[in-house]
Design a protein around this ligand. Structure first.
Ligand code: 5GP
Length: 113
């Protein structure tokens, strides 16, 4: 059985979100706890828990998510931004539905903690 996550509920419109983009493959919405002036999450409509579960057949979908991320960042007028995919609890993943963070609007430090 596929596990329900907060993001699957957002996809089913059971939970509201501040949506900034939507198409047949993905949606994007503002993070509820933003870590920067712009903090947006891009998620596939397909249920994939994390990068650990992606398959070769997801190649086009993953490419699409990256292209959409860049499009959104540019629409937000970001000159610099970071795209982050946390994979696994120890790496900071808290929601087990694949998502790309778009973080920008302030100077970002490297390496991350
Ligand atoms: P992760 O830690 O898994 O990489 O990222 C999950 C992100 O989802 C976190 O930045 C967290 O603030 C965000 N988040 C968790 N629950 C909700 C929610 O209900 N709505 C929105 N918009 N973001 C959420």
């Amino acid at each position: 059985m596929t596990e329900e996550t907060i993001f699957s509920k957002i996809l089913k419109r059971e939970i509201p979100c501040d949506e900034v983009y939507s198409d047949e493959h993905c949606i994007a919405f503002r993070d509820i706890q933003p870590q920067a002036p712009v903090h947006i999450l891009v998620i596939p409509r397909k249920t994939i828990a994390s990068l650990k579960e992606v398959e070769t057949s997801d190649k086009n979908l993953l490419g699409h998510l990256m292209i959409v991320s860049a499009k959104i960042a540019k629409e937000q007028e970001l000159e610099n931004w970071r795209t982050v995919i946390n994979t696994g609890e120890e790496a900071g993943q808290t929601v087990f539905h694949l998502h790309i963070h778009i973080i920008g609007g302030r100077k970002l430090l490297w390496p991350p903690g």
